[in-house]
Write a protein that binds this ligand. Structure first.
Ligand code: SAH
Length: 372
């Protein structure tokens, strides 16, 4: 069955940012235009970053008119930017159909003084809302609305760079949504982000984070040429604990997930990362820590422990600092690399995990509350 335009998240006109090189070449060929025009157009889009087709001066007026009648440029409109220039900034964007998504821009200096190597991470959203219903996460609270289009994913980078005047050099799919449930648009977006004719971000600086969709993990291992990184939101080291907080574990339990992770490992060079939020009395026992260590060791994963951030409307809290440190030590005793986020909020995971659709209700976007 063909996917409807609504499912694909398209309006009457499509954004040109999602086409990619091949798509553009095909579109040009249908019109009897020379293939090198694709290169010119891509340069206007991704290097010169024009804001209108009229600025594409090396194209004929007729071609510019044809482009205008088929496409729009950036599909995002900035609604609001929150946060200080040197810290974490949240960008709220309105899509063409009025829906809202957020991206979070996080600057973190790496290394010692003198070196100005700064990691400028953008945490991007892949869907409006989320269907996976993880019990600790704010993004799923209002249900699932729709997939983002390829253009809407890529455009988050371009828009943040235009608004901030800064360069994004690291992308994490840890915003709203389950990226692997939007597989087609995700892969197309990764290709455009990574391509030298596109945004030009190295594969190692692109991380896909998933709640554990096993079949799609294998597919990604086979399909994606770029050496992207994969992060797994684990949050429970036994089926019993994980199922309680992540319903997706009923569908793909830890055996199936780890089978997929072994498959990934056999085909890819980049290390896996496990994300594990520490929630008091839920998944923070030392038994879980030891099991987590064993599991991480079995697939050579790095473990990232993240103290739970309180979400309005959810009952949990983070464990004491002593318990967090004890958990960390128990994980490390399995001889795996593990880190514990000690920053007080504002860090990547905390900020990203707390994107939700509350603003849709405030701004009167229809159907926001029930995800229609
Ligand atoms: N669906 C994908 C992408 C969402 S990112 C996935 O599940 O990986 C999900 C991440 O956000 C979690 O792994 C966690 O690191 C973070 N997160 C979500 N809710 C959080 C909370 N309440 N406190 C801290 N981090 C949270």
């Amino acid at each position: 069955m063909e996917e409807s335009a609504k499912e694909l998240g398209m309006g009457a006109s499509q954004s040109i940012l999602g086409l990619g090189k091949e798509g553009l070449e095909a579109w040009l060929a249908e019109r009897g235009e020379k293939p090198y025009r694709a290169k010119q157009i891509l340069e206007w889009l991704f290097v010169k970053r024009v804001e209108s087709f009229d600025e594409m001066l090396n194209l004929s007026v007729a071609l510019r008119e044809e482009l205008k009648s088929c496409f729009h440029l950036n599909p995002l409109e900035t609604v609001e930017i929150n946060g200080a220039k040197d810290a974490t900034r949240k960008f709220l964007f309105r899509l063409q159909d009025g829906r809202l998504v957020e991206s979070v821009f996080i600057k973190a200096s790496k290394g010692t003084q003198g070196e100005q190597s700064e990691r400028q991470t953008l945490c991007v959203s892949s869907q409006v809302g989320c269907a996976y219903d993880c019990k600790f996460c704010a993004s799923g609270l209002a249900g699932f609305t729709r997939n983002l289009t390829t253009a809407e994913i890529v455009a988050q980078i371009l828009k943040v760079e235009a608004e901030s005047g800064e360069k994004v050099n690291n992308v994490v799919f840890m915003g709203m949504g389950e990226p692997l449930a939007n597989y087609t648009n995700l892969s197309a977006a990764i290709k455009i982000m990574n391509a030298h004719w596109g945004v030009g971000i190295g594969g190692r600086s692109i991380t896909v984070s998933t709640s554990g969709l096993a079949p799609q993990i294998k597919k990604l291992a086979d399909d994606t040429e770029a050496q992207i990184r994969l992060a797994i939101s684990l949050h429970g080291a036994s089926d019993e604990v994980r199922t309680r907080i992540m319903p997706v574990n009923d569908k793909y339990n830890l055996d199936r997930l780890f089978e997929a992770l072994h498959y990934w490992r056999e085909r890819r060079k980049q290390r896996l990362t496990f994300e594990y939020i520490l929630i008091e009395g839920v998944n923070d026992s030392l038994d879980q820590a030891r099991l987590l260590g064993k599991r991480a060791k079995s697939v050579g994963a790095l473990v990232n422990l993240i103290p739970y951030n309180t979400v309005e409307g959810l009952p949990w809290k983070r464990p004491s600092e002593e318990q967090q440190e004890a958990f960390l030590r128990a994980v490390k005793s399995a001889e795996v690399a593990a880190t514990l986020r000690r920053e007080k909020g504002g860090d990547i995971n905390a900020a990203c995990g707390q994107l939700r659709l509350r603003r849709e209700a405030e701004l009167g976007v229809s159907g926001a509350a029930n995800g229609e």
